[in-house]
Design a protein around this ligand. Structure first.
Ligand SMILES: O=C1O[C@H](COP(=O)(O)O)[C@@H](O)[C@H](O)[C@H]1O
Length: 271
């Protein structure tokens, strides 16, 4: 897997992080498609379902190779169940909708059964949409589509593909926001997001950290400062970035990066 990447381990205040560093985002996208397809096959065989959580933002463009050969034909799309780690509370056809972005670039091009694509109810308030999404997840846990982490009791998704903002946020969990400390709810809502639009719903850290696999996709020089802040020091600091709070209880956490994103880390990582 990922033979064209340099694989490095970085020691941080929150433990060792495993990074794949690609020359360019183009190679990253090729490897990300292979990685996702391999996990899809593994979980479809083991569990009869593959539960995939995606973010919005630049991650979606990096999924473009999945809709090409050989994956378009070889992946068993009927086993896929697709969720959003965060969603903006806007209509599904709005330019800010994470659903619309994924649908236009990816979901409209692959034969996932529509009933297995779990968009938010866009007729509800942020609070109502978060409650509704959590109820939907509880039903899917009860019916065995979504697994449960024996370690935490929270849902255990097979793969989460996350992006990171230039400020170090993941999902709609922003630096310094009280939602970072939510430890009871599966899904919560925010009405004062520092990045527009202000109203969103988001998975909480206990659910993110119960995943079987998380791939964090970070490409481009615009992310280099946050990568440096998150991975550049072994000293803990009081203002921990949300991305530093990803720490799986019983799963594999892998960073997919390109050289531009890790450019400020080079000395440490000897790239
Ligand atoms: O607002 C959001 O931003 C983050 C990061 O987006 P990017 O374009 O900087 O990669 C994204 O992961 C999240 O899902 C989205 O709602």
């Amino acid at each position: 897997m990922a033979s064209e990447a340099t694989s490095i381990e970085v020691a941080t205040a929150t433990g060792k992080k495993e990074l794949l560093v690609f020359e360019r985002e183009e190679e990253l996208a090729v490897s990300l498609a292979k990685y996702t397809a391999e996990l899809s096959e593994k979980f479809a065989q083991e569990r009869g379902a593959f539960t995939l959580v995606i973010s919005g933002g630049s991650l979606i463009k990096s999924l473009r190779k999945l809709v090409d050969s050989p994956y378009l034909e070889s992946v068993d799309w009927t086993k896929w169940h697709v969720f959003w780690v965060d969603e903006r509370v806007v209509p599904k056809d709005h330019a800010d909708s994470n659903y619309k972005l994924a649908y236009d670039v990816f979901l409209s091009k692959v034969p996932i059964p529509p009933g297995q694509v779990y968009a938010i109810n866009d007729s509800l308030s942020a609070e109502g949409a978060a409650d509704d999404y959590e109820t939907c997840l509880k039903h899917l846990v009860n019916t065995g589509v979504v697994a449960v982490s024996p370690a935490t009791g929270f849902p255990k998704f097979d793969l989460m593909l996350l992006g990171m903002g230039p400020d170090g946020h993941i999902a709609s969990l922003f630096p310094g926001h009280p939602l970072l400390n939510e430890n009871r709810r599966w899904i919560t809502f925010i009405e004062d997001s520092p990045k527009p639009p202000p109203e969103r719903i988001t998975f909480t850290f206990p659910v993110i950290n119960s995943s079987a696999n998380v791939a964090l996709v970070v490409a481009g020089s615009g992310k280099a400062g946050a990568v440096h802040r998150a991975l550049g020091s072994e000293q803990s600091s009081s203002d921990v970035l949300p991305v530093e709070m990803v720490s799986l209880k019983d799963g594999k956490f892998l960073w997919f990066t390109d050289k531009a994103a890790v450019s400020m880390l080079r000395e440490k990582a000897s790239l």
